[in-house]
Structures are given as structure tokens and as C-alpha cells.
Design a protein around this ligand. Structure first.
Ligand code: G3P
Ligand code: CA
Length: 365
């Protein structure tokens, strides 16, 4: 199944809904008090794989651009090299985002793919990283984005990304955070790597140790998060929620969406990261948006909610970016969003907090 399918969403219905709710917005108590990971700046703009809507995901350029566009947090997915280095990449394999097939012919596994855990960091540094393609066809996943034919981007380590962030924090006076995801802990464990421990070591080595520090660890697998908490890690932890039928998944997510399951998550984590489609379920016969109770249930359990992933160029069918942001941020009061185009959320929040909000959402369309 895909991660971002919603039923058609008539704009007129949303306009009517929004008109009725704009006045209520002004008197809403801040959600921050109840559950946000950070009360000062919630909702958080979380730059998904950097400003990946504009530059190749996980490139240093994409992270620097996300920083400049006003993101609160920079999100890297993390995988581990053969020699134990955490690097910023989404896939366990290199085929969709690098020229590994040209540089290392003959190094694929039986499935034809080149796995990060089979390559040293020195080898991976030889690769050109580019905008995501479909490896079998060469077509770009998002055709209107940065051309995969352009640029000489290189894979970066978690440490290099942190140092970019901390360097920019020093030179700008801002305090942008880092929000790493430990990818496939069970796969890494089978390959001899404790990815949660490796990521934690790099974070602690760069000064991130306390709850108020600007680092959040996220994972789709609960066990590493539980273990970190049991071991006394004070950094904030976010449990990502997925779907049971996803490829390579071995986690039963169904109980996690229940009130009881959320209470269990709250015992070791500070927030959840659910798919948007688990919050906005579609529309009813009159075209009115239908929501689950997930956000309210999570907030009742004192869990922050950071849904994924907003992409202005891959929106759910029938919904505009303005409507989507409004429904998530204002109606549902989520505490942050993973977004490929962080500037769009920054601008949305600026408008929402300004006197111009009376004219919104038409301005956003
Ligand atoms: O980590 C939140 C979101 O990024 C999860 O989706 O597949 O892009 O890592 P993915
Ligand atoms: Ca991620």
C-alpha cells in the first residue's frame, strides 16, 4: 500500500469548514502545554531528509538549505556502513540515490541491490549521490525536483551533519535541532551493528544528553527505544507508527493505534510519528473531512504527535497544501510535521500568526 492516499477532498467543503473554525482557533489553548516536545516553538518544522523537495535528500546542501529556510529540526535517516559508521541515507541500499552500480559492479547481492552494510565508509565516499530515481528505469521519483543528472553530492555521516548544524547554530545564534531515525534496527543487528547505540554515541559525543537538548531519536521499531529509555537515556524519543503490510516490516502496529497501545508507548517515548492517513481518513458523503481520534488519544496520553510526510508535489488526492496544513496544524493541533519543503510550513505558520490570517486559506492556494 502507499503511504499517502486520501479520498477526494472537495475544496468547497474545506472552505466552509475553515470559515466556521477560524474564530475558534483564536481562543484555543496552546497544545504545547499538554504534550508538545517543545513548548517554545511548537509546532515544529521538521525538514524531512533536509529540504529534500529542493535538493537531493540527505545531501549536506539539502540540510544547509533546510536550515536557511527556517526549519526547527533537520531529519536524517541513518544506516550503518560495514565498518560501523552511521551515515545519512534512507534506504538500506545505495541503488536509488547513488551511482554505486557504475563504481562497484559485481558487488550486488542476489537481489541485484548494493547494501550499505556491505561497503565501507571510504568506499561509499567515492559515490556520487543524486536525486532519488527508480533504479530499474532511471526515472526520477519526483520529476519536477532537482535533476538527478546534476551535481556532485556526497554521502555525509551523522557526525558531519551534526557539525554543520552546530556550526550554523553558532554563526546564526539559532538553535536548530537534529532528529535522526534509526533505520531497520533488527536488520542492522543481524549484520552485527547496534544502530541505536551507534547513533546515541555520536549524539552524546556532540553534547546531546539531556531532555532539553535539541536532539530527538525516532524509530519504527519499539525495542531499541524501550532499551534506550531503560538504560537511562534522557533524550527525547519518538515512536514511529507504520502499517503492518509494509515491506520488511515485522512490527505489529495495530495495537499502537489504540488508547491502550498509546499508553504503553508513553511509558518509554515522548511522542509518536504516524502517517498522515491515520489522522485524516477521508471525507464523508457531504465532503466533510473525517478524522481519527489518534491525535486526541495521543495527547491524552501526553504524547506529542509529529505526522509524516508532507510533500507539496505529492499531496493526497483532492486536497491543497493549505488545506492539508490547516487541518493538521490548526484543526488537529499536531505538534510538528515532517515536510520536504520546510519553507512552505514556515510561511504557513507566519501567515497564521499574522493579522493576514483572516484572508487565509485562499492565500495559500
Ligand atoms: O521518520 C519520519 C518519516 O521520515 C518516516 O518515513 O520512510 O521517510 O523515513 P521515511
Ligand atoms: Ca525518516
Amino acid at each position: 500500500m502507499t503511504r499517502s492516499t486520501l479520498a477526494p477532498f472537495p475544496r468547497w467543503a474545506c472552505v466552509l469548514l475553515l470559515a466556521g473554525l477560524l474564530s475558534a482557533w483564536a481562543s484555543n489553548a496552546p497544545a504545547a502545554e499538554r504534550a508538545a516536545l517543545e513548548t517554545a516553538s511548537a509546532p515544529l518544522v521538521i525538514a524531512h531528509r533536509g529540504a529534500s523537495g529542493y535538493l537531493p535528500e540527505h545531501s549536506l546542501a539539502a540540510y544547509a538549505f533546510a536550515y536557511a529556510l527556517g526549519a526547527d529540526y533537520l531529519e536524517p535517516d541513518i544506516v550503518i556502513t560495514r565498518d560501523g559508521h552511521p551515515i545519512a541515507l534512507h534506504d538500506l541500499t545505495l541503488d536509488a540515490t547513488t551511482n554505486v552500480r557504475e563504481v562497484f559492479p559485481g558487488r550486488a547481492r542476489d537481489d541485484g541491490l548494493h547494501y550499505v552494510v556491505d561497503f565501507t565508509l571510504a568506499e561509499i565516499r567515492q559515490l556520487r549521490m543524486f536525486e532519488r530515481i527508480e533504479p530499474e528505469t532511471g526515472e526520477q521519483r519526483y520529476p519536477a525536483r532537482f535533476s538527478a543528472a546534476l551535481g556532485d553530492f556526497r554521502v555525509v555521516t551523522l557526525a558531519e551533519l551534526i557539525e554543520l548544524t552546530q556550526g550554523l547554530n553558532a554563526s546564526t545564534g539559532r538553535d536548530v535541532g537534529i532528529y535522526p531515525e534509526t533505520k531497520f534496527p533488527a536488520f542492522h543487528e543481524a549484520a552485527g551493528h547496534d544502530i541505536a547505540a551507534i547513533v546515541l554515541e555520536v549524539l552524546e559525543g556532540h553534547g546531546y544528553r539531556e531532555r532539553e537538548h535539541r536532539a530527538i531519536i525516532q524509530s519504527f521499531e519499539p525495542e531499541p527505544l524501550r532499551r534506550l529509555r531503560e538504560e537511562g537515556v534522557r533524550l527525547r524519543l519518538v515512536q514511529l507508527l507504520g502499517e503492518n503490510d509494509w515491506e520488511m516490516n515485522h512490527v505489529d502496529y495495530a495495537p499502537m493505534y489504540t488508547v491502550e497501545g498509546l499508553a504503553e508507548i508513553a511509558a518509554y517515548a515522548d511522542g509518536i510519528g504516524p502517517p498522515i492517513t491515520r489522522i485524516i481518513l477521508g471525507v464523508d458523503a457531504n465532503g466533510a473531512p473525517q478524522f481519527s481520534t489518534l491525535v486526541a488519544d495521543a495527547h491524552a496520553a501526553e504524547l506529542a504527535v509529529h505526522p509524516y510526510t508532507v510533500r507539496t508535489d505529492a499531496l493526497p488526492e483532492g486536497i491543497s497544501i493549505g488545506d492539508l496544513l490547516y487541518l493538521l496544524l490548526e484543526i488537529q493541533q499536531v505538534d510538528g510535521l515532517f515536510i520536504d519543503q520546510p519553507d512552505v510550513m514556515v510561511e504557513f505558520l507566519r501567515l497564521l500568526r499574522s493579522p493576514q490570517r483572516a484572508t487565509w486559506p485562499r492565500d495559500m492556494r
